[in-house]
Design a binder for this molecule. Structure first.
Ligand SMILES: Nc1ncnc2c1ncn2[C@@H]1O[C@H](COP(=O)(O)OP(=O)(O)OP(=O)(O)O)[C@@H](O)[C@H]1O
Length: 896
């Protein structure tokens, strides 16, 4: 077997054992990819491939120099591949190659973007879902259990919220193709099948105990086998990658429903919290609100938005901090300036624990630790900020320990260290005695070489002499050709160049050996000392993470204050759950940025729980409802809100159902999605929730739609008691306010003069019966004849309605008429029910036939009875379903 065959064979066998997508195998100074892997990297990374012969077969081959692997690795992993790296080691019997680490999307440390990078595990056990999320770049590790009726949906919501880069599905989840499909559709995560045994509760609990210790595991108190399985599997997985990342995960956090208000994935999308409906960040609430100056701050703000709080204490504290910061302009700007010097400490801590931090990283740790006392000082010195919860935030981390690490780093690190850690020059003088001696020795020798030229020139009266050093020849004395024969006898000629000769002397060789010995020892020693220093930092990972989190929190609070000041937001007053919501002059946080916004009030109370919002198309109904949801949400992350004043009874969840834009693309029926979402809300909302319904029922036939909207309103009002805003174009629903105590009508006003409609954007009490849909069609450029014809048809339909309305109340007065609209001809025929004239609306001459005769002629003998029954129906007392079946029956009788 040739060496080449051996290598390809070795590559294949290592690959077969590795369970990864790609293997990079070190061969001397290169990492090589062979066969399919070579083709893959060739295509993905534009690497040049060549051929390698093996057993008569030519295999594709691609390679990168050892020192350049990292960017390629990163590019592959960011494209979703799992990559194994096999390193080469020298032993007495030759080379040995073995896989030393596996890099996957969830365990890639060398990331440049600010977003969190979670690896998630999701396990199902008897209908209960356990989820765990670890961000190895920051050490965040959170677990939760979802075990309510819609546990599967809840699990998806969590996955959507964390948006992991890699998901490890548990054994049963792997068989749930539908769930896996949704994860693929809704997140950009790579799915990784980790060994099933790692998810088993026994083994998983063991892994967790090893990682966090029995006591902290007990205090976190995770009971559900599914959650233990998910958390344990992640620990096992991260360990197996061999990247040394596990050490960064120091704390296990369990979060449950109680602390946070429910905000499902649909609602997050509907409210465009972190992304717009179209998918971009620009134009989202986050993009508008974000004035943070550090990437951990930005990350934190995003997670606050996605996870509003229910706990009044936390929120009051945050609000008090934001309030103080709004009133301390100077200190606030100072804080932001100082915070601007902070690096991503959580990530740096992870790099230290995994052993990949270089001297620049440790300097960044030092400089960021110095930010903490600076922040503390600013807060302490500003009368508006001292004695606020901001102080408590800064006091949370172990500041003594943080100061100690900072001092250690300060004493140790050179100010401008080289990028590689093996070169020397990393550490300062005075840090280590032996190192100092070496440095001194080195400098002395350098001086000797620096002055050699001068000495030799003088001593031997040499012309054209110089001293140099290069890799192949080491140190040498060089004399120009013309003067070369003047070289003294003890000069040994080592090289002849075109214009000069190179010489060495015994003394020079001796000094050279000395300087090389010192350089080697200095490199080794510095590296050793540096590793020790890095380990010291790694041992304090938890403190570093705490400092990082505290700084991030101050950054977010200052950012919220900046936004509040710049946009004239107000501090909301928080009230107990279940109390009302009163907003005076509220605005939409995003729309107000680009529009001359008309503020609106809102009042929901125990007596007024359910608002039916009507108004023309495009008048601002959706905006009004969304701004309400956003104001409540902002209050529940501890932010000021866009309003003149706001009193918010805390909610336990915000649920929304608005138009489904993107579901069609996923091949799901719009109406089906609408009903699934409605169903979820009706199940999940409570009397402490806020529900936003935008045009529920629109996706089906009008009668079905009205019936569903009607019944849903009754249910939410009578059974759930959730605070609800319901926008609708079904004006029939506005009558519900007359029959249900706590339902009220509001409408967004529009002004119509001489056929011209002006949107006033003002919300007023009471219903409206106009949609101005045709006006919007006109605005949208629908052809003139269609718009005109729509107006004619509308006019006639309105007449019909007016007449019916009279008839249904008066029960057969002389005015009562029946209208027949013939779709075929577009003609409207009216007839007096008491035997008066019948007329074709458009026709000049009235018809000859009497009303009841006409009815009998058109609809048969039953017509009069049906009419009687119809006028006897008490609409308020009849359920929509009964109404529908009565209408169906009448129609059948009339058709017979
Ligand atoms: N209070 C307001 N002040 C200024 N502009 C507003 C206000 N409310 C809404 N708008 C603007 O009016 C437009 C229509 O608003 P919105 O989509 O809320 O209308 P809608 O009544 O829900 O429409 P439809 O019934 O057709 O769904 C949006 O472009 C929005 O920017």
């Amino acid at each position: 077997m040739t060496e080449a065959e051996g290598i390809v064979g070795e590559f294949k066998s290592l690959k077969a054992d590795s369970d990864t997508d790609v293997l990079a195998m070190q061969v001397g100074d290169f990492y090589e990819f062979f066969d399919d892997d070579a083709e893959l990297v060739g295509e993905e990374l534009d690497l040049k491939t060549s051929k390698k012969s093996s057993g008569g077969v030519k295999y594709p081959m691609a390679g990168v120099p050892v020192s350049e692997l990292t960017p390629y690795l990163k590019a592959l992993v960011e494209r979703g591949y799992r990559v194994a790296v096999a390193d080469q080691r020298e032993t007495e019997s030759g080379h040995v190659r073995e896989i030393t680490r596996v890099v996957t999307p969830g365990t890639l440390l060398d990331v440049t973007d600010a977003d969190a990078r979670y690896v998630a595990a999701v396990v199902e056990d008897d209908g209960v879902y356990g989820l765990a999320f670890a961000d190895v770049t920051t050490g965040q590790f959170s677990v939760t259990t979802v075990d309510d009726e819609d546990a599967r949906d809840g699990a998806l919501t969590e996955l959507y919220r964390f948006d992991p880069v890699e998901v490890l599905p548990g054994p049963r989840v792997r068989e749930d193709d539908d769930l896996l499909g949704t994860i693929r559709d809704r997140t950009s995560a790579t799915l990784t099948l980790h060994e099933s045994s790692a998810f088993a509760p026994g083994q998983a609990r063991h892994a967790l105990t090893e990682q966090f210790g029995a006591a902290s595991l007990e205090s976190v108190d995770i009971e559900a086998a599914a959650t233990v399985g998910a958390a344990g599997a992640i620990v096992d997985y991260v360990e197996e990658t061999g990247t040394g990342l596990l050490a960064s995960i120091t704390r296990l956090q369990r979060y449950g429903d109680a602390a946070f208000a429910e905000l499902d994935s649909t609602t997050q999308r509907n409210l465009e919290l972190t992304e717009t409906m179209q998918g971009g960040v620009e134009g989202s609430v986050y993009s508008v609100l974000d004035h943070t100056v550090t990437s951990p701050g930005g990350r934190r703000l995003k997670s606050w938005l996605q996870r509003p709080r229910q706990s009044r204490d936390t929120l009051d504290e945050r609000l008090a901090s934001v309030d103080a910061l709004t009133g301390a302009a100077l200190a606030r700007e100072e804080l932001r300036e100082v915070l601007g010097d902070a690096y991503d400490l959580e990530r740096l801590a992870s790099k230290a624990t995994s052993g990949s931090a270089d001297a620049g990283d440790l300097l960044a740790v030092r400089d960021t630790l110095a930010v903490l006392p600076a922040v503390e000082e600013i807060i302490g010195n500003a009368p508006q900020l001292s004695d606020t919860p901001l102080e408590a935030i800064i006091e949370r981390p172990d500041r003594d320990r943080a100061a100690k690490i900072r001092d250690t780093l300060d004493d140790a690190l050179a100010e401008d260290p080289p990028k590689t850690v093996q070169e020397g020059g990393l550490l300062t003088r005075g840090y280590d005695e032996e190192l100092d001696e070496l440095i001194e020795g080195h400098e002395e020798l350098e001086r000797w070489f620096d002055t050699l030229e001068e000495r030799e020139r003088r001593q031997y009266d040499l012309r054209h002499v110089s001293v140099g050093r290069n890799k192949t020849d080491g140190y040498y004395i060089q004399i120009g050709k013309s003067a070369a024969d003047e070289a003294p006898d003890h000069y040994e000629n080592v090289k002849t160049l075109k214009n000069s000769e190179r010489f060495r002397t015994d003394e020079l060789a001796e000094r050279e050996r000395e300087i090389m010995r010192i350089e080697e020892r200095r490199g080794e020693l510095e590296y050793e000392l540096f590793c020790e220093l890095r380990e010291q930092v790694a041992d304090c990972a938890e403190t570093l993470q705490d400092v990082g989190r505290a700084l991030a929190e101050v950054d977010v609070l200052a950012s919220l204050a900046v936004h509040a000041v710049e946009n004239d937001w107000t501090c909301p007053t928080l009230a107990a759950p279940g109390e009302g919501i009163d907003i005076e002059a509220g605005r939409h946080p995003v729309v107000e940025q680009t529009t001359d916004f008309v503020p609106n009030d809102l009042s929901l109370s125990e007596q007024r729980v359910f608002l039916i919002v009507t108004g023309p198309n495009m008048s601002g109904k959706s905006t009004y409802m969304r701004q309400t949801a956003l104001i409540v949400l902002l209050a529940q992350i501890g932010s000021f809100v866009p309003a003149r004043s706001a009193r918010i009874g805390l909610v336990d969840g915000i649920y929304t159902r608005v138009g489904a834009l993107d579901e069609l693309a996923q091949g799901r029926s719009t109406f089906m999605v609408e009903m699934q979402e409605l169903s979820k809300i009706l199940h999940a909302a409570t009397d402490e929730s806020l529900v936003i319904l935008d045009e529920v029922g629109r996706g089906t036939a009008t009668y079905d739609g009205i019936s569903i909207a009607w019944a849903a309103t009754e249910y939410l009002h009578n059974e759930v008691h959730a605070k609800t805003l319901f926008a609708t174009h079904y004006h029939e629903l506005t009558t519900l306010a007359d029959h249900l105590d706590r339902v009220a009508n509001v409408h967004v006003a529009a002004d119509e003069r001489d056929g011209e409609v002006t949107f006033l954007r003002t919300v007023r009490d009471g219903p409206t019966d106009r949609s101005y849909g045709i006006h919007v069609a006109d605005l949208a450029g629908v052809p003139g004849p269609v718009v005109d014809r729509s107006n004619t048809v509308l006019q006639r339909l309105r007449e019909e309605k007016a007449i019916e309305a009279k008839g249904s109340g008066g029960g057969g007065s002389a005015e009562t008429k029946q209208v027949v609209f013939d779709v075929g001809s577009g003609q409207m025929t009216t007839a007096s029910a008491d035997g008066g004239d019948a007329a074709t609306a458009d026709a000049a001459d009235p018809g000859e036939t009497g009303g009841s005769d006409l009815l009998t002629e058109q609809f048969g003998e039953d017509a009069a009875d049906v009419l009687d029954e119809l006028s006897a129906v008490d609409i308020a007392e009849t359920s929509p379903i009964e109404l529908m079946s009565a209408v169906q029956e009448w129609r059948e009788r009339l058709d017979d």
